[in-house]
Write a protein that binds this ligand. Structure first.
Ligand SMILES: Cc1cc2nc3c(=O)[nH]c(=O)nc-3n(C[C@H](O)[C@H](O)[C@H](O)COP(=O)(O)OP(=O)(O)OC[C@H]3O[C@@H](n4cnc5c(N)ncnc54)[C@H](O)[C@@H]3O)c2cc1C
Length: 454
């Protein structure tokens, strides 16, 4: 969540829900989920049929060298990884196009479990880093290449890499650079390699373990989860959560706000709302709030300040950047610059007017960008448009080590389920499976085949 979003006016509270409205909401959610899975199934079937027909009958031959035209995807997290897979899986072997992913991380970072692994020890940290590769198995040989690097700048027809100082030409570009946090953990890892990521998580666990008084800044999901986990694990510690708005989780409806507040209070987390940390004196071990209040603090965890990482587009097309740093996009997810119709942006970095951007909206946007590029390479108009659906906003919030709530709202009616969490690593195993990997086995088989050094 960005600072700008933290400060934004909260959405109007949903009307308190009646049983009939709740039942309708469940039915509409199930309808959406069913149609979503059917669309995935039909897409995968269409790709297989296309491949089968290509193998059986061959396809119209192209004089061009296979893989000579690049579709470059910058960033391989929830948005870029999915866009790359969707495009590559739809290209035929021998296609003049290939997808080239540029990503500095050596593993996929599963952000959802970061607050938990900042607190819970016991050797689970490695589960937040999922091997790249298995998710891309569906891409026919030659349609996908991977560069482990960072894009330093973007030109009109090439990107410059940071580590290698070389240029890589592109015909289409997908910018999926997401958002970053200056303080990194617990919102982002802040390291490219898995080993260093694990080290940082353990370092944070140790600092929390050693602190007698912990101050957590920010009452969004990361702050609430980290504060409740810390107090649950170390009931003897003083844990204070400071939030600038009147209620935690203020961008959600009243049921989730109430559940979060109750969860914090039941565990004994001290909640200070409507105030901000304005100074930290590490020598005296205190933080000062805007109200003038001073509170003891051995360790401060900052859970605010995520910002869209749009630097690489700002230099090329400054008018495509919003005041708050998002890349302005059309509904087709092409950037809002008529002179650059082949550049797309999706996920947390794109201004898509999604109230609470998340991995599901990032994935759905990736599909739209991918489909439009697939249309464009056939010489067709990129006409798929992204429209946010409230089901994308379903949220799970942990409230201590073994409790969580799941929340859904269409803006008028709310649904909240309480769940007992049995697994300290939360949904890590599920995420590995979703990305085609066997929990928790390392593999580099596919990456060894697709890695290139341009
Ligand atoms: C603590 C936490 C918990 C969350 N929990 C949930 C949840 O439960 N459910 C949910 O749906 N969402 C959740 N989210 C939100 C979700 O993680 C984000 O919406 C999602 O990560 C956005 O994906 P993205 O691909 O747009 O960007 P990001 O995940 O931010 O990834 C951007 C990628 O781009 C790469 N990159 C950046 N700059 C460059 C460059 N110059 N060159 C090459 N590569 C670059 C980065 O290395 C990174 O891999 C959570 C977020 C946080 C912080």
């Amino acid at each position: 969540m960005t600072q700008q979003q933290e400060d934004a006016t909260p959405p109007p509270p949903p009307r308190r829900s009646t049983p009939l409205r709740r039942a309708l909401l469940v039915a509409r959610t199930l309808g959406y989920t069913l149609s979503f899975f059917l669309s995935i199934l039909s897409r995968s079937l269409a790709q297989r049929l296309c491949l089968l027909s290509h193998r059986t009958f061959g396809s119209s031959s192209s004089d061009e060298e296979p893989g000579s035209r690049n579709i470059v995807v910058v960033g391989a997290s929830f948005a870029g990884h999915h866009a790359a897979r969707t495009i590559a899986a739809s290209l035929l072997p021998g296609s003049p196009y290939r997808v080239v992913v540029i990503e500095p991380h050596d593993h996929f970072h599963f952000t959802w479990v970061l607050p938990r692994f900042c607190v819970a020890d016991g050797g689970h940290e490695h589960k937040a880093f999922i091997p790249y590769g298995p998710y891309l198995a569906a891409a026919p040989a030659g349609t996908l290449a991977w560069v482990r690097d960072r894009v330093a700048s973007v030109g009109r027809d090439a990107v410059r890499l940071e580590g290698r100082d070389v240029e890589l030409p592109y015909e289409f570009l997908v910018v999926a650079t997401g958002s970053g946090a200056a303080d990194a953990l617990p919102s982002r890892v802040g390291a490219d390699g898995k080993e260093e990521g694990i080290r940082r998580l353990r370092e944070m666990q140790e600092r929390i373990r050693e602190a007698e008084s912990l101050v957590v800044v920010g009452g969004g999901a990361a702050g609430v989860e980290l504060a409740t986990d810390a107090k649950d694990k170390y009931p003897e510690k003083k844990v204070v959560l400071v939030h600038s708005r009147d209620e935690v989780m203020h961008r959600f409806g009243p049921e989730l706000r109430d559940a979060a507040t109750k969860g914090l209070k039941e565990l004994g987390v001290e909640l200070i709302t409507g105030d901000r940390v304005v100074g930290e004196d590490t020598e005296r071990g205190i933080v000062t709030l805007r109200s003038g209040k001073e509170i003891p603090c051995d360790y401060l965890v900052n859970c605010v300040g995520q910002k869209p990482d749009s630097r690489i587009i700002r230099a090329l097309s400054p008018n495509s950047i919003s005041e708050s740093g998002y890349i302005l996009v059309r509904p087709t997810l092409q950037i809002q610059d008529d002179s650059l119709p082949n550049i797309y942006a999706c996920g947390d970095v794109a201004e898509t007017h999604v109230e609470r951007p998340n991995a599901r909206s990032a994935g759905n946007q990736a599909l739209v960008a991918a489909d439009n590029i697939l249309l464009a390479i056939q010489g067709k108009e990129p006409k798929r448009v992204y429209k946010h659906h409230w089901v994308e906003g379903v949220t799970k919030l942990t409230l201590g080590l073994n409790k969580s709530v799941s929340y859904l709202s269409d803006g008028a009616t709310e649904l909240l389920f309480r769940t007992k969490e049995k697994d300290i690593a939360l949904m890590s195993a599920h995420a590995w499976k979703q990305l085609g990997a066997k929990p928790f086995e390392e593999t580099s088989e596919i990456m060894d085949k697709i890695a290139i050094d341009p």
